[in-house]
Ligand binder design. Structure first.
Ligand code: NAP
Length: 288
């Protein structure tokens, strides 16, 4: 792992065209990141944002032999982890696809140990927002094949939801889940539409800000269904490439777009720290 920065320096803001309410960042977080603003959700719907890190050529996981966490892509960039920390602190519910949890079954999706020395600031931000200490997590699975041992299921009372199909719910009923893990079942046996995922987490937690943390298949569905408001995308300054033997997933999987149906993003902010770029793009969300 190569560190491009040895200690956390402030981000340099190249463009900031964000608007809306400022999050009540601590002085230290504001000194490092600058202001973070979110406009109000439209029509009572939660705002849906995503956070990803990719190489310059769009690879988000290295495949065989890789350790399959964001750190291998970002080079363990503390700035990338700080952005993630800010977004987790602001989120009511983090949503992940089952494939992402399978890749890192011991991951907890909490606020601590993200950036050395900043745990207290992130926790203070959450407290200022009047939110519970750790964000809730929803796992999306069509098959219902989740492992009750996954660590996120054991990180707090009543913290996790599994959003699945009726087929998946049947599988879960047979297999069992740890106490306190809820299941939201959507009619059908294939995939769950992004709108149904958003409705499930809104109904579960009265969520205002939903953070999609992967993976690429889930993101593809949110794009195809036009349910994404914004993406926070870290560009890590290297090219991973692909060879014939190892499949390497890219930022979006399972959905493809053409110039006829593409969604044109609007650059909201652009920051850098060393040679890492931190972009925030906004998209038009379909009205439900
Ligand atoms: N660099 C980054 O920022 C980043 C972020 C996240 C993940 N990743 C990497 O991405 C890789 C995983 O890729 P992936 O595309 O497999 O991730 P994924 O989207 O998390 O997982 C796909 C699986 O999640 C479930 N799923 C996703 N969308 C669904 C929907 N709309 N309805 C029902 N189920 C849905 C399905 O599970 P079932 O099979 O159970 O039906 C599907 O097989 C991992 O290596 C991970 O490390 C990278």
């Amino acid at each position: 792992v190569n560190h491009t920065v040895s200690e956390l320096s402030p981000f340099e803001t190249l463009i900031d065209d964000s608007s809306g309410d400022r999050l009540p960042l601590t002085d230290e977080l504001a000194r490092l990141y600058g202001q973070l603003r979110f406009s109000r959700p439209h029509s009572g719907e939660p705002r849906v944002i995503a956070s990803f890190v990719e190489t310059l050529d769009g690879v988000v996981a290295l495949g065989r032999g890789g350790v399959s966490g964001g750190a291998e892509i970002s080079g363990a960039s503390p700035h990338d982890r700080l952005v993630l920390g800010l977004l987790r602190a602001a989120a009511d519910v983090i949503v992940v696809g089952a494939g992402t949890v399978r890749a890192v079954p011991r991951h907890r999706w909490t606020l601590d140990h993200l950036v050395p020395g900043l745990d207290d600031d992130l926790i203070a931000l959450r407290a200022r927002l009047g939110k519970t200490l750790i964000p809730s997590v929803a796992v999306v699975t069509g098959s219902g094949q989740v492992n009750p041992e996954w660590r996120l299921f054991h990180t707090g009372e009543d913290r996790a939801l599994v959003v699945t199909t009726s087929r998946g719910a049947q599988h879960l009923a047979d297999r069992g889940l740890p106490a306190g893990v809820r299941v939201a079942s959507v009619e059908g046996s294939g995939d769950v539409g992004a709108g149904a995922v958003v409705s499930a987490v809104r109904d579960w937690r009265d969520a205002r800000l939903v953070l999609i943390e992967g993976g690429p298949t889930l993101l593809g569905r949110f794009l195809a269904d036009r349910q994404l408001d914004e993406i926070f995308l870290t560009l890590s300054p290297w090219l991973a490439g692909r060879d014939r033997d190892v499949a390497r997933v890219s930022l979006v999987e399972g959905a493809g777009f053409t110039p006829l149906d593409r969604q044109w993003g609007r650059l909201v902010t652009l920051k850098h720290a060393g040679s890492h770029l931190f972009a925030r793009f906004a998209f038009e969300r379909a009205q439900s």
